[in-house]
Design a binder for this molecule. Structure first.
Ligand code: C5P
Length: 222
């Protein structure tokens, strides 16, 4: 059996990480959440009070920063310079700032370099915004996942509720729509479907239905 690369891209809260994690588990592959890497450097920049528009400073900061993703039974743990920041990087503050940080071309170059290294041996499921278009250009399977903004906001709302986090549905909708806009309209590798990606609208599909579809597509390519 061939060890393939699977790239999953799409807008905020489309269910990419749930599906990517599940696919990786079923195949015994490594899962890489690239959004967590952008969130981690954003968290550090906020802690150090760095101007989020200062591309050089942020790029320099990243080059001096260790970001590690480690698998665990309840998902993926994120370490920033050996410190656990798994929960911290999901904060409102980080979520509101991450798209500004991720818009910088030279910072992205460094991120992409690290992600290519992680994916080079195959047996990998990576999710993000530019995986099929920049990071894993030769991936055997590329998926572009989306769902309506309303559905994505609803899912995130329920997810937060289950985690005991109080959120406002309207606010979530606005946050998701704004992040989509910033990620799609930026100059440096905007969120866009790769020519050879398969589009899946998950609005009316369950996690199991999406997962089955992707597993079938993956097996055809092994
Ligand atoms: O996937 P998640 O929503 O956690 O990603 C957070 C942010 O990181 C995105 O809104 C986007 O600005 C940025 N990102 C990116 N490229 C990736 C992954 C995430 O620009 N490959």
């Amino acid at each position: 059996k061939k060890q393939i690369q699977i790239a999953i891209d799409g807008p905020a809260a489309a269910g990419k990480s749930t599906i990517a994690k599940k696919t990786a588990e079923l195949l015994g592959y490594t899962y890489v959440d690239t959004g967590a890497m952008y969130r981690a450097i954003t968290y550090k920049a906020l802690q150090e009070n760095i101007d989020l528009q200062d591309e050089d400073k942020l790029t320099y900061l990243l080059k001096d920063t260790l970001i590690e993703l480690k698998p665990s039974p309840d998902g993926q743990l994120v370490f920033l310079d050996n410190m656990a920041v798994t929960e911290e990087i999901r904060s409102k503050e980080v979520t509101a700032s991450v798209s500004a940080v991720a818009a910088h071309a030279t910072l992205r170059e460094e991120m992409v370099k690290r992600q290519m290294e992680m994916g080079k041996n195959g047996s990998i499921v990576m999710d993000g915004r530019d995986i099929g278009t920049h990071v894993l250009k030769d991936a055997e399977l590329k998926i572009f996942m989306s769902a309506s903004v309303d559905e994505r906001a609803n899912r995130r709302y329920l997810e937060n509720q289950n985690r005991g986090i109080e959120t406002n549905l309207e606010e979530l909708k606005q946050e998701i729509a704004l992040r989509d806009k910033l990620d799609s309209e930026r100059q440096a590798s905007p969120l866009i479907q790769a020519d050879d990606a398969i589009f899946i609208d998950t609005t009316y599909l369950t996690v199991d239905e999406v997962s089955e579809k992707i597993m079938q597509l993956a097996k055809e390519r092994m």
